[in-house]
Design a protein around this ligand. Structure first.
Ligand code: TXA
Ligand code: MG
Length: 345
């Protein structure tokens, strides 16, 4: 027998209607909401069935654990077995904010599906009013991955969420576009003697090292989903439909790269700073500005929106601008390299 998929109507709620969103969380439904990094797809982290709805809506592999969002630092002791000194220092310095810290998990409290059985849990206190109110009003720790279909660029607006998940989730709480635009930094402090940076993000490695000393990078480099037990390289990430090529300073440069691909009858999309975009706008198929030249903060904020923008155009390939891998540039390049699958020119 054929299975019939019953779609639900996804509501777009305003901040005034947040009580409705909180109610959905309380009764075990999933709701998307704005954090300072990207939109998250939230459910009560203690409710296994609710958490499973997240994985289903996203099409996410269930061996990839979720971050649990809390209203305040004081709640960490409810879910973490111990809070090492280094974690306290970082929580004081960067919470609320785009830093996820991985702790040893206090057993028996969170749904098993949240932590994928790792025995550790990633916790963070988000900064937006929407996120913190939602956690408070629902009276739940909220498990939330980015609110995109697995493999697609993370959503930085409610429109992005609806594009991917409309008909699959109860509601999106629409409170505008996100401030950082890239996901949180993920730092493992479950062995405090050996802090490991799994994912660069909104808080730079330099800022963290200034507070707690050196952090390790996994041997095989920085990448999303690198968990001790779930080798994440097998998952595709941030991919728009068109292939992405990173244009580096010591590579061809935009002018030559554009003619190289146009010679091959490709229709080029440019994802670059304002001056590059203005210079070549009339010669390429479509352009998306990442802001003023050299402004990596603005570029990070706009990157995912840009990667999504080209899907409504006739471009066949995207040429994207590189940044120096330091500070926020490390996170920007990490996401861009994944979107490009290593292609540079
Ligand atoms: O900014 C963000 O972090 C956003 C917003 C919504 O908070 N969330 C987000 O979640 O990006 P997600 O699921 O897309 O990415 C979470 C990352 C994954 O790479 C996951 O493998 C890792 O954190 N992670 C979560 N818990 C972990 C754990 N216990 N051990 C190792 N890695 C963990
Ligand atoms: Mg994600």
């Amino acid at each position: 027998m054929k299975e019939r998929k019953i779609l639900i109507e996804t509501k777009r709620l305003s901040l005034e209607e947040i009580e409705q969103a909180a109610k959905y969380i309380r009764v075990g439904e999933v709701v998307a909401f704005q954090t300072e990094t990207v939109y998250g797809l939230g459910a009560d982290a203690r409710n296994d069935e609710a958490v499973q709805k997240i994985y289903r809506a996203k099409g996410r592999p269930s061996d990839n654990p979720l971050i649990v969002h809390l209203a305040s630092s004081e709640d960490v002791v409810r879910y973490a077995q111990e809070v090492p000194e280094k974690a306290k220092i970082l929580m004081d310095a960067f919470w609320p904010g785009p830093l996820t810290i991985i702790f040893k998990e206090k057993p028996g409290i969170l749904a098993e599906t949240v932590t994928a059985g790792l025995g550790t849990v990633g916790l963070r206190v988000p900064k937006t009013e929407a996120a913190r109110k939602l956690i408070q009003l629902s009276n739940s720790p909220i498990a939330a991955p980015s609110a995109n279909t697995s493999g697609r660029p993370s959503p930085t607006s409610a429109d992005h969420v609806l594009h991917d998940l409309s008909g699959k989730i109860k509601a999106v709480l629409d409170t505008g576009t996100t401030e950082v635009g890239l996901e949180s930094t993920v730092l493992d402090l479950s062995d405090p003697e050996h802090p490991v940076l799994y994912r660069p993000g909104g808080i730079s490695r330099e800022a963290i090292e200034e507070k707690i000393g050196r952090v390790e990078i996994p041997q095989d480099g920085l990448f999303e989903n690198k968990t001790p037990k779930s080798p994440g390289l097998k998952y595709r990430h941030y991919s728009p439909e068109e292939p992405v090529y990173i244009v580096t300073d010591n590579g061809l440069g935009f002018e030559k790269a554009i003619s190289h691909f146009q010679d091959q009858k490709e229709r080029v999309g440019l994802l670059a700073n304002l001056s590059v975009v203005e210079k070549y706008a009339s010669t390429v198929e479509a352009v998306f500005s990442l802001g003023e030249p050299g402004n990596v903060k603005e570029a990070s904020k706009r990157l995912f929106d840009g990667l999504r923008f080209f899907q409504d155009t006739d471009t066949t390939i995207i040429l994207a601008e590189a940044h120096v891998k330091e500070g926020l540039g490390e996170a920007y390049m990490n996401r861009l390299e994944k979107a490009a699958g290593g292609r540079t020119i």
